[in-house]
Design a protein around this ligand. Structure first.
Ligand SMILES: [Zn+2]
Length: 373
C-alpha cells in the first residue's frame, strides 16, 4: 500500500543552502545569502549563532549584518532572555519593513492576479484584473505599478508566473493559450517599470513556492498544477529542474489516448484533456474519476520512479481531486512501481487557495536577487 501522509512534514533545513557555482567575485553575495537564508529559515539569532551556523568568521558576519541592516533587510531585536553569563547576545532578524517582491500570476484563464509578497512568502496586498489573450502587456505593467504604489516598502523586484515555456532570461518561448511566441516578457516589463523582472513557467514557480514556503521536499518533488490546463514542476537536489529545452514538467501533454479529444497543443488525448479542471467538472461518477486517476498514475509513475522522487503534489481544486481520483492515483502507484519506492512516495493534495503561483513568483525574485532559496 502506498504510504499516505496528509500532514505536511516538517521541512528540514539542514543542508539547505543556496546552490550554484560560486566565483570569487560572488563571495560577498554568497555570504549575504547564507546569512539571510539562516534567518529566513530559522528566525532571529545572534551574530555568534550565525557565525557558527554559516562557518563564516565573526568579523565577516558583523560586517555583512551591518550592511544588511543599512539596506533595511535586518533589524536588531533586543537580547536573548537570561541564558549565559557575561554579555547577553543581541538577536538579529528579518525586518518587518524589509524589501518585498511584486508577484504576478497569469495562470488563470482571463485573469491576471498580483500581490505584494514579503521575504517569508506572506501575501500583504492582493489585486486582480481581467486579462485575456490579445491584451497588451502594458496592462501587466499597470497592475505591477498599482501594487508598487500600494506599499511603502522598497521593491526588490517583480516575479511573474506565466503559462508556456519560459527561458532563463524571462522570454516566453511559446505560450499557445496567450498567443505568445518569443515574447521577451521580463525585458519589456523591466523597461516599463525600471525594476528587475524575473519570469518563469507557472507550474515551475508553483513548485518553487511549495518547496520555499510549504511542505515540499526540495530534494525531490513533482508538483502537478491542475487548472484550466495541466502543468508540472520538478524540484530536484534543491533546485527547480529546467532542462535544456526549458520545458521540464510539461507532463500535461503526454498522450494517454491517441484516439482522444483534440488538445490545444495539436495532439489528441493528452493527459490535460482528461485532467484539466474543466474536463474533471464534466465527470459525473466515481468510476470515471478512478479512470482518470489511473491515467494520471500511468504517466506519473515512470517519472517519479526514474527521478527517485518521494513527494508528489497535486495542486488544484480539492473538490475535483479528492476522493475517487486521488485514491485511484495512490492505489495505482502502489502497484506500478518498486515496493521500496511505493512505500516511500506520498501523493498529497495542496488546495488552489494556497496561491502558489503568486508566492512562487516572489520566491523567484528572492532567489535571483538575494540567492535565498
Ligand atoms: Zn496537448
Amino acid at each position: 500500500m502506498t504510504q499516505i501522509n496528509e500532514t505536511p512534514r516538517r521541512r528540514t533545513t539542514a543542508g539547505r543552502r543556496p546552490v550554484g557555482k560560486v566565483l570569487p567575485g560572488d563571495a560577498r553575495r554568497h555570504h549575504r545569502a547564507l546569512i539571510l537564508q539562516q534567518l529566513v529559515d530559522d528566525g532571529a539569532r545572534s551574530r555568534a549563532d550565525l557565525a557558527r551556523e554559516t562557518s563564516l568568521t565573526r568579523v565577516t558576519i558583523s560586517d555583512l549584518v551591518s550592511e544588511l541592516m543599512d539596506e533595511g533587510f535586518l533589524v536588531e531585536l533586543g537580547t536573548r532572555p537570561g541564558t549565559h553569563m557575561g554579555k547577553p547576545a543581541t538577536l538579529v532578524g528579518i525586518s518587518e519593513e524589509a524589501p518585498v517582491a511584486i508577484a504576478l500570476d497569469l495562470s488563470a484563464d482571463g485573469v491576471l492576479s498580483g500581490a505584494v509578497v514579503d521575504l517569508g512568502g506572506l501575501i500583504l496586498v492582493r489585486e486582480q484584473v481581467a486579462f485575456s489573450r490579445g491584451d497588451d502587456i502594458a496592462a501587466i505593467a499597470a497592475l505591477a505599478q498599482h501594487l508598487r504604489d500600494a506599499t511603502p516598502r522598497r521593491i526588490l523586484g517583480v516575479g511573474i508566473g506565466t503559462p508556456g515555456i519560459v527561458d532563463t532570461h524571462g522570454t516566453v518561448v511559446i505560450a499557445p493559450n496567450l498567443g505568445w511566441d518569443n515574447l521577451d516578457l521580463a525585458a519589456q516589463l523591466s523597461a516599463a517599470l525600471g525594476l528587475p523582472v524575473h519570469a518563469g513557467n507557472d507550474s515551475n514557480v508553483a513548485a518553487v513556492a511549495e518547496s520555499a514556503f510549504g511542505a515540499g521536499d526540495d530534494q525531490g518533488m513533482l508538483l502537478l498544477m491542475i487548472g484550466s490546463g495541466v502543468g508540472g514542476g520538478v524540484m530536484i537536489d534543491g533546485r527547480a529542474l529546467a532542462g535544456p529545452l526549458q520545458s521540464s514538467g510539461e507532463i500535461g501533454h503526454v498522450v494517454v489516448d491517441p484516439d482522444g479529444r483534440q488538445c490545444a497543443c495539436g495532439n489528441r488525448g493528452c493527459l490535460e484533456t482528461f485532467l484539466s479542471a474543466p474536463a474533471l467538472k464534466q465527470l459525473d461518477n466515481d468510476d470515471a474519476r478512478r479512470d482518470v486517476g489511473l491515467k494520471l498514475a500511468t504517466v506519473l509513475t515512470p517519472v517519479v520512479t526514474t527521478l527517485g522522487i518521494a513527494d508528489v503534489v497535486l495542486y488544484g481544486p480539492a473538490e475535483l481531486l479528492e476522493g475517487a481520483l486521488l485514491d485511484s492515483v495512490r492505489g495505482a502507484f502502489a502497484q506500478q512501481t518498486l515496493p521500496f519506492v511505493a512505500q516511500r512516495v506520498q501523493v498529497r493534495l495542496v488546495p488552489m487557495r494556497d496561491e502558489l503561483v503568486l508566492t512562487g513568483a516572489a520566491a523567484l525574485v528572492r532567489y535571483r536577487e538575494l540567492g535565498v532559496v
